[in-house]
Ligand binder design. Structure first.
Ligand SMILES: [Zn+2]
Length: 379
């Protein structure tokens, strides 16, 4: 009886079957299922092939056995490799996927009023001014009386004042010096001391203007004086398009021998050009109790170039600040000799500058902290 020929077709069929199924096995579970289907001890199809060995002729058994074992190794290797590949792509717990796009972080930016403040401080620091702050809670003497506004002076009505329910006595504030910007800081202005406590009186009001610091500074330091005082001031105003009960000012004060109105005009022109570029500047006679003569300072309207438009109410000019030559009565109040020294002072609103510079038409926008507004300014 002839021996049955070695039949390789069953092995090739199993191999083809495995390969066809292998590509789709993309998880541990599917690989396990595939392993069981082909190699499990009881029911695996390849294991089944080995069980047919006994039906073959002895000389065919060896070759058939080798072929089946080769297939078995082939399947085990393929399954192992894929299992390791899947394992290597799995993220460990808490892992970060560095290929994901970054999250956009919100960027903070400098408030428009602070931008203006820094810019103005820079301008004056380069002109050799000292930058200082003063107390926001003031006494009547510094806020009114020494500025040539004695009690019952009608000019007090120009500024609706917020008074404290109970005066604060014995406060120890003084003319504390802010750190000036490093670049261009004038030498020789450091170490002049602070306002002695002795001159501090019971505080009764919220300062209505930064001019109160003129008095504190001059009472403390002899001339010459060249200072800028930025800070908050308070008035009894309701919040509307152009008023807030709290706003911010810059006070400027220069005192020395031979200071003239021409110095005031030149200084303000330099500042205004640095802030607004090429605009025209004019001084218009005005009145303040603490300056004589006094002048309002206007700049030409940038919207229409001076020809008249809605922004400038068809005048071609926009009011920017108040200024004047220091009144002799103010010098007398602080112990300066008005026959020896002259000086000029000016006060301007930070909000006013910011509104003109950035084209903002409502003052309250600066205080509402609406991000849609604030995000329109550069970082
Ligand atoms: Zn205009």
């Amino acid at each position: 009886m002839p021996e049955p020929a070695l039949d390789r077709s069953a092995i090739e069929a199993a191999r083809s079957e495995f390969r066809a199924r292998f590509d789709a096995a993309d998880s541990d579970q599917k690989l396990k299922a595939l392993h069981d289907e082909f190699l499990s001890r009881k029911s695996g199809s390849v294991t089944g092939l080995l069980k047919t060995l006994g039906t073959l002729a002895p000389e065919a058994r060896r070759e058939f056995g080798q072929l089946v074992n080769t297939l078995k190794t082939e399947i085990e290797t393929a399954l192992d490799e894929k299992r390791r590949a899947i394992e290597s792509t799995r993220q460990p717990a808490g892992a970060v996927d560095v290929t994901l796009p970054g999250r956009q972080l919100p960027m903070g930016r400098i408030h428009p009023l602070m931008r203006v403040r820094r810019e103005v401080e820079d301008i004056f620091t380069h002109m050799g001014y000292e930058i200082l702050e003063g107390p926001e809670v003031e006494d009547d003497f510094h806020n009114f009386e020494a500025l040539n506004m004695p009690p019952d002076h009608p000019a007090r009505d120009m500024q609706d004042t917020l008074y404290l329910g109970a005066p604060i006595a014995g406060a120890t504030w003084g003319a504390h010096r802010l750190s000036t910007h490093a670049q261009g800081a004038p030498s020789g202005v450091e170490g002049r001391g602070t306002v002695p406590d002795a001159q501090v009186r019971a505080a009764t009001l919220l300062r209505t203007h930064t001019s109160a610091m003129q008095i504190r500074y001059m009472k403390t330091f002899p001339p010459p004086v060249r200072i800028i005082v930025p800070g908050r001031v308070y008035r009894r105003d309701n919040l509307d398009l152009s008023h807030t009960p709290m706003f911010q000012q810059f006070e400027g004060l220069v005192v020395g021998e031979g200071i003239t109105l021409a110095d005031l005009k030149g200084t303000l022109e330099a500042m205004i050009r640095a802030l607004f570029g090429d605009v025209k500047v004019r001084l218009r006679p005005s009145f303040f109790p603490y300056t004589e003569p006094s002048a309002e300072v206007d700049v030409s309207c940038r919207s229409c170039g001076g020809s008249g438009c809605g922004v400038c109410k068809h005048t071609g000019w926009l009011e920017l600040l108040g200024s004047g030559m220091v009144h002799p009565a103010v010098f007398e109040a602080v112990g300066y000799d008005p026959d020896k020294v002259t000086g000029f002072a000016f006060g301007m609103g930070m909000e006013r500058i910011a509104m003109l510079k950035y084209g903002v038409n409502e003052i309250r926008l600066f205080y509402e902290n609406d991000l849609r507004f604030l995000e329109q300014f550069p970082i």
